[in-house]
Design a protein around this ligand. Structure first.
Ligand SMILES: [Mn+2]
Length: 485
């Protein structure tokens, strides 16, 4: 008999809504799961990927994680894990470091025995590389076997990886697939095995409305899966529909009906109404004790500022217009698109930019020629301008700002806009529940192809990337694993 905790999608280091408290919450949730496992004398804690939110966790996140893992080691409970898409690096993984420290076991194609159950691992693999997988696993002589994997699997909604195919093609007969990536817990029988998601342990997105928790998996004659909830940060969803004469007081009343103390408060406004701006609503909720308040204003209001050249209703428009005026090269525009347009997960921006620029260098240097300034169309593709020096300087300052402020933080705001594979658009109840200015997610393909392409171009460019990482460390407090080793 073997009894394990199945957890995953912990996303330690996620400073959701720019909130340091939220960052602590993600670590606290992991700690809670581990404390439960120790109290219940579990045989192991199995982690199905995305322990970290980012491939470059901050020092404080690493420190906290190591402290929690040490508790498990003291209790003599093994921590078995795989690598998810969020934390994956191109070289050695953080998990390898923890393994070196004796704090974790990285699961792979060889069986790791816990009691009389054999555990195997399958890290997240980009879609473009899955056809090459042969699902060869080393044989075992245990009573039961489980495969721990990270990805969006069929038969669940939005799956792009077929669990049935994995189970039938695998050289080992698995009794269970313990999965991560989908932040919603799921459980279904497939090809004589249980296929289950444990769900995330803190809401990494406003769309994750169900209670958070983890699985307890019991391997006996049969496999039994039960769920246990954990306390998490309160999210209050406030939905108001304003009639024409309704003002800010109406919204305040609606907020007062909720217990917003220390909560993440997400207000959705529909209808008409006067006198109500998101800033005033957020200020009110914060004064009422909310940890974080975000407003999604879904009203369509006639603009009274049509004679202004900049619409503050859409700052992105203003930025776009300014970028067009700068006479940037085609490549600079492409880089701007990658950095700012949110189609690429923040963790993958660096690699996507590197990949794009390397390709351009090898294919067409013309793409680096500055475009005509003040000409939106010419700026897309044309080359040559006397103001090259000036525009290049501006380009640099724009990309530095974007990297530090825009991409890192804004993209982190809500996973729904990231292109990682746990982006599950249709599972999000409706756009009104996501915080403001957060575009609905983009296709997974962008980042998948981005990272796959970088994988292919291999380590030739790794060194440069690492240097950049070190520079960045001074800016955002993140460090690369190589700084540690
Ligand atoms: Mn995840």
């Amino acid at each position: 008999m073997t009894r394990v905790v199945h957890t995953g999608d912990t996303h330690i280091g996620y400073r959701q809504y720019h909130s340091p408290e939220r960052r602590d919450d993600f670590l606290a949730a992991f700690d809670r799961v581990v404390e439960d496992a120790i109290e219940d004398e579990m045989d192991a804690v199995v982690h199905a990927g995305d322990l970290f939110h980012d491939r470059r966790p901050g020092l404080v996140d690493l420190h906290g994680t190591i402290s929690v893992l040490r508790k498990l080691r003291r209790a003599d409970i093994p921590f078995l894990a795989i690598v998810g898409n969020h934390e994956s690096t191109h070289g050695q993984q953080w998990l390898d470091l923890f393994e070196t420290l004796g704090l974790a076991t990285r699961l792979g194609p060889s069986p790791v025995l816990v009691g009389d159950t054999a555990f195997y691992g399958l890290d997240h693999v980009p879609v473009s590389k899955r056809d090459d997988l042969d699902y060869e696993f080393e044989a075992h002589d245990a009573d039961a076997a489980a495969l721990v994997a990270h990805g969006l699997f069929q038969p669940f909604d939005f799956g792009d990886w077929d669990a049935e195919r994995v189970l039938t093609e695998a050289s080992v007969d698995f009794d269970a697939m313990l999965l991560g990536d989908n932040h919603q817990s799921e459980k279904e029988r497939v090809a004589d095995a249980w296929v289950t998601y444990c769900g995330s342990t803190e809401r990494a997105s406003a769309s994750e409305r169900d209670d958070r928790g983890y699985n307890i998996v019991h391997f006996e004659e049969d496999v039994t899966i039960t769920r246990r909830g954990i306390p998490t940060r309160d999210f209050e969803y406030v939905s108001v529909s304003l009639a024409e004469e309704d003002g800010i007081d109406f919204v305040r009343e609606a907020i007062r009906e909720h217990d917003v103390d220390d909560a993440v408060v997400l207000v959705s406004i529909e209808g008409e109404g006067t006198d109500v701006t998101p800033a005033r609503v957020e200020e009110f909720a914060t004064n009422e004790g909310a940890l974080v308040a975000r407003v999604t204003d879904r009203r369509e209001i006639e603009s009274e500022t049509e004679d202004l050249s900049v619409s503050f209703a859409d700052p992105d428009d203003a930025v776009r217009e300014r970028v067009r005026e700068m006479g940037l090269s085609e490549t600079a525009h492409a880089v701007d698109e990658i950095v700012r347009a949110s189609k690429v997960a923040d963790a993958n921006v660096r690699d996507a930019v590197e990949e794009h620029v390397s390709t351009q260098i090898s294919e067409t240097l013309a793409a680096f020629e500055p475009a005509e300034g003040d000409d939106p169309d010419a700026a897309e593709s044309d080359a040559g301008d006397g103001e090259a020096g000036k525009t290049n300087t501006e380009t640099l300052s724009v990309s530095v700002r974007s990297d530090g402020d825009e991409t890192g933080d804004t993209d982190n705001e809500d996973e729904s806009k990231e292109s990682s594979s746990e982006n599950v658009p249709a599972k999000e109840p409706s756009p009104q529940e996501t915080p403001p200015a957060e575009a609905v997610a983009d296709s997974e393909t962008a980042s998948e192809e981005g990272s796959a392409a970088v994988d292919d171009s291999a380590s030739a460019t790794d060194e440069e990337a690492d240097t950049a990482d070190t520079d960045d460390a001074e800016i955002d407090g993140q460090i690369s694993m190589e700084d540690y080793l």
